[in-house]
Design a binder for this molecule. Structure first.
Ligand SMILES: *Cc1c(COP(=O)(O)O)cnc(C)c1O
Length: 376
């Protein structure tokens, strides 16, 4: 499926409609191009981590671009994928599940799971298909990620070794997985994990069916665009070095890097105070939640309602969201063109991941409109 673009770009839509609420502009072509780039460059199965953006237009365009497998964390994500693609392969890689969630997954035909402790393996044993793939999730302290997922999920090398042996003992197909964090720009984050995965498999005496190297691929937020191909090449080199002829098949599960670039967020300046503070019509309860945790991106263009670009030298601003809550404030200072005015629009590039999916309706604000355009 491709939503037929109705607008050439966000500027054309803003000039015509002067939207007063925050709008996400979506380019199906850019999303499909990114999916093809992953599939061409990554030497293994490319799956999509649904949580980054679970909306139908995203899932349907990924399916159209040839993505047939999805990393899902909950029954609702499983159903969202199945609604657009009944035959999609689902990898249930949230390692903490209730028995009721396991039952739903089993009913929906899930045959790939991750675990990080014996209790979770017990919950699966006897309740999922007996030949299911069970990936033991490894956790290491890593550098180079915007924030570290290892603090919540994953087993250290010793526990991973005994778990892997137990997976084999129970008749499941043994694999391993890790997730280096999110917004990882440094390929070494993957390399460190791959070496230890090989040691764990060796110590356990288990040949891995597959190795899932997680998501975490960086999106273009600040500075130059990340070099995805360099990360793909590094992963391949490290897997060959660590495993040699026993190299498992590879799987990756990007969320952010798959979907971020296909969306631009347009927000409007509601008020410009004498002190220079800016009030926007969207903030940390809406599409800008992530800015509080991982900082503001530097690709923000400002345009006047008549389409003129604001290009004056940047000035540091304090920027607030629209709700009546004082934490609704972007990380400051945020440098924006010195000549911006009330009523102007901020066009923020690369906003497809963890924006729409995290937006709330708090105080009557938040993201609602998605407009399709050829480019964003
Ligand atoms: C969140 C998550 C991903 C996607 O992470 P990104 O940083 O968005 O690429 C992939 N796998 C698992 C298990 C996750 O929890």
């Amino acid at each position: 499926m491709r939503n037929s673009p109705t607008w050439p770009d966000p500027r054309a839509h803003i000039l015509r409609h002067a939207p007063d609420a925050a709008v996400l502009y979506f380019s199906p072509d850019m999303l499909q191009a990114r999916a093809r780039r992953f599939q061409a460059g990554f030497d293994g199965l490319v799956t999509y981590a649904v949580k980054a953006n679970p909306f139908e237009e995203v899932l349907a365009n990924l399916v159209a671009a040839g993505i047939g497998a999805f990393d899902v964390a909950s029954p609702e994500e499983m159903r969202a994928v199945r609604r657009v693609c009944p035959t999609a392969v689902l990898h249930y890689n949230n390692p903490v599940r209730s028995p009721a969630e396991v039952a739903v997954a089993s009913d929906l035909g899930v045959r790939s799971f991750s675990v990080d402790c014996l209790g979770e393996l017990d919950k699966l044993t006897g309740h999922v298909a007996p030949d299911s793939e069970i990936s033991v999730r490894l956790a290491l302290p890593v550098r180079g990620a915007a924030y570290d997922f290892g603090a919540k999920f994953g087993a250290g090398p010793e526990r991973a070794t005994t778990l892997l042996q137990e997976v084999v003992k129970r008749g499941f197909t043994p694999s391993m997985t890790f997730h280096p964090g999110t917004q990882c720009a440094d390929p070494a984050a993957w390399g460190a994990y791959i070496g230890v995965v090989a040691e764990v498999a060796e110590a356990a005496g288990v040949r891995l069916a597959r190795l899932n190297v997680g998501g975490g691929f960086a999106a273009h937020r600040v500075g130059p665009a990340p070099d995805l191909e360099a990360i793909f090449a590094h992963i391949r080199t490290e897997v060959d070095r660590a495993f040699g002829a026993a190299a498992p098949e590879l799987v990756c599960e990007p969320g952010r890097a798959m979907v971020a670039e296909a969306f631009t967020l347009a927000v409007r300046i509601k008020a410009l105070r004498e002190c220079g503070a800016v009030f926007l019509n969207d903030g940390v309860y809406g599409g800008l939640t992530e800015m509080r945790d991982i900082g503001a991106p530097d690709r923000i263009a400002v345009m006047a309602p008549d389409g003129t670009s604001r290009t004056a030298a940047p000035r540091d601003r304090v920027v607030f969201g629209p709700t009546c809550d004082s934490i609704d404030r972007l990380p400051d200072p945020l440098a924006l063109p010195g000549d911006l005015q009330e009523g102007d629009y901020l066009l923020i590039s690369g906003m497809g991941a963890y924006s729409q999916s995290l937006s709330t309706g708090f105080n009557g604000y938040g993201l609602s409109d998605v407009v399709t355009s050829a480019s964003v």
